[in-house]
Design a binder for this molecule. Structure first.
Ligand SMILES: [Zn+2]
Length: 413
């Protein structure tokens, strides 16, 4: 045999590959064979026809400001309050504190079957490199379980906050994986967007913006992002997160924006938990959902992902880092009901975000790293509709977590 097999996962159903049950052979951390009844003596796990995915892909999370609910107070639940409370808490952050909280959150993500993560890290003259240094160490220390991508960004603004740009540039020089922006907090949003594109061009980095956080569709920073993406030829390398204004337009207008996004190559990350929590706070009843319809954009050819964003802080005082739960929440909000449509939502937390992050080695295929997560179900729709538990995970062929399937103690006959 050309490649020895040192681990085999038997009777797996690979998500997106039809109903056939196959064995997955692993050697030296990579997938070397996929097929029925692989002949080998290697240690085996029998998956009994359970569904496997190449791990969930989290495109948008804030590890550095996660787990601070105990230091903050939520009275109104508005965006302004979330900003004020988090900014105040940030003043007490140390590298050790950030590392400790971020690890707790990352371990949750690992235990939910996530194998690839893009985390947004705040850079400004007050926090300096504390978050960046903590998360860089985390990236190294947890490489056994997850590939962590660091997106540095100016959460408190860029042109309104002197000293921030120099720090962002230093972070890009010092190993940041990509650059983010947050134009809605800036005194000069278009200038902010232009500077982010300039830094991306200088360091040849992909871009991930925080956009919107309101429901007024009469104007959009998205237009400027699209224009700059075209101008710089950055199509396929730009993502916008939230994009809540797109939840406030009708089907026709949405189709027009979607065609532009697909044509120019701007991806969209939808963040159901945060947007549900913070949007529509000026309504005391019939509160709008404020969640952009990712599956509709996706149907128009836009690369979309569903993501976690904040965990246990004033922006989102919840979170278990489960992307299955996020897809289920989204399905419910967006009224996705047909079995085939529910099944397709699994793509928005696996293959589509992998495309958004331009990952070239993602997927259960020969030659790729043996990243495999076993779900307690046998088909894609059940994974989302029934919130299937991730039972077992491997990163580069090494087991990273396991969870027991529930056992019912039936009464004796
Ligand atoms: Zn965010």
């Amino acid at each position: 045999m050309r490649n020895a097999i040192d681990l085999v996962l038997r009777e797996a159903r690979i998500a997106g590959s039809g109903p056939d049950v196959v064995d997955i052979g692993v050697h030296d951390g990579r997938i070397v064979a996929i097929g029925p009844h692989l002949a080998c003596e290697a240690p085996a796990h029998n998956l009994d026809g359970r569904l496997v995915v190449p791990g969930f892909v989290e495109t948008h999370i804030h590890l550095d400001k996660s787990h601070i609910s105990d230091r903050c107070t939520i009275r109104q639940g508005t965006l302004a309050e979330a900003f004020a409370e988090t900014t105040a808490a940030k003043r007490g952050f140390t590298v050790e504190d950030i590392y400790g909280r971020a690890s707790r959150t990352l371990v949750k993500a690992i235990s939910q079957g996530t194998t690839r993560v893009r985390t947004h890290v705040e850079i400004d003259p007050r926090i300096g490199f504390k978050g960046f240094n903590a998360i860089r160490k985390l990236k190294q220390d947890y490489a056994w379980a997850v590939d962590l991508e660091i997106c540095v960004f100016p959460q408190e603004g860029l042109l309104n906050d002197p000293g921030t740009e120099e720090l962002l540039i230093a972070a890009c020089r010092d190993g940041a994986d990509l650059i983010g922006g947050c134009p809605y907090v800036d005194s000069d949003p278009h200038g902010h967007i232009a500077r982010v594109f300039a830094i991306a061009e200088q360091f040849d980095l992909d871009i991930d913006f925080h956009l919107d956080f309101d429901l007024d569709p009469s104007w959009m920073h998205l237009d400027e992002v699209l224009r700059q993406t075209e101008r710089t030829g950055w199509g396929g390398r730009v993502t916008v997160g939230h994009a809540t204004k797109l939840s406030a337009i009708d089907t026709q207008a949405l189709a027009a924006v979607a065609r532009r996004l697909a044509e120019v190559g701007v991806a969209v990350t939808v963040i159901p938990a945060t947007d549900l929590f913070l949007m529509g706070r000026d309504h005391d009843h019939n509160v709008p959902r404020g969640v952009t319809p990712a599956h509709r954009l996706s149907a128009h050819g836009v690369t979309c992902s569903l993501a976690t964003n904040n965990v246990l802080n004033p922006f989102t005082p919840y979170g278990d880092c489960s992307l299955i739960r996020m897809a289920n929440l989204y399905a419910n909000i967006a009224q996705v009901g047909r079995t085939s449509q529910i099944a397709a939502l699994l793509d928005l937390v696996t293959t589509a975000p992998a495309k958004l992050m331009n990952l070239t080695d993602y997927g259960i295929a020969v030659g790729n790293p043996a990243d495999v997560v076993v779900l307690d179900c046998t088909d894609e729709a059940a994974a989302i509709a029934e919130l299937a538990s991730p039972l077992l995970g491997f990163k580069r062929g090494r087991r990273t977590f396991e969870r027991s399937a529930v056992a019912i103690n039936w009464p004796q006959a």
